[in-house]
Design a protein. Sequence first.
Length: 311
Amino acid sequence: MAKVFNVDSSFDYGVLAGASCAFGVFDGVHRGHRFLIDQAKQTAAENDGISVALTFDIDPDERFHADRLKKLMTNERRIAALSQTGIDAVVVLPFTPEFSAQSPKDFLKTTFADSVPYALHVGCDFHFGARAAGGVDDLRAWAGKRGAKICAHDLKSADERPITATRIRLLLADGKCEEALALLGHPYSFEGTVTKGRGEGTDMGFSTANIELPGMMQTLGEGVYAAWATVDGVRYKAAMSMGVAPTFADATATCEVHILDFSGEIYGDVIEVEPVHFLRPMMKFDSLDALIATVMDNISWVRENLREETC
């Protein structure tokens, strides 16, 4: 696992000198991101240097567009995932208001100080500095004076369309888990703390773990899904709903998860949920009998059809 460096007053910028860096936000750590990281590892090996994932402590859009931002990963999970990619180090820049307000020139001065990387790998659409005014040409002008290599990559999938976190978020918003998986290169999942629910599920024969997610983590579209739930390191089949249940006027849970073949007290515990297949949209039922019959059908589908190879 890579060492994670948080850039503060004690940070040694010498870590970046002669390093091969992959630079980006890396939300989702998807296939395109992993390609950048692999390229950084390759040029590091050529130069007998270290490979570095250079990123921010928060998604910059959390500062500028928090009201409409949807994320694939929390910042903590994103940085942890980067550290597990085989990179030598992860360097985390604090995206403060002062940092974000810098001109492109000052942004690069603050980011690297007097340390010059051997190579810097970015996507072709990489932008930086106040109002995202800096681009790849600005990076090349800066690097040309210092002897660094700028490697701008066109990150495309097999269909020749760009692999971006935005594209993956849109797929998930449409419930297209399988298509999102193909671009991510790993299952989409989220974590949440189990809260006390209304209790109707238990009365109807299918108890649920209720999770209230922050708005920016509500990336998955509303609906009912086949899923996996991980509790205390054990993986279970699950049927989950995303979105507030319209049948119950006092419903508040963002996500309700029925974990098959599980019994136990998990209020206050953090569980991981991995939706893998869209089953149906959220529906308002005319009767409890209709609701129960539909939910039981969903649970039966999960039990009979969900397999490890589908995740």
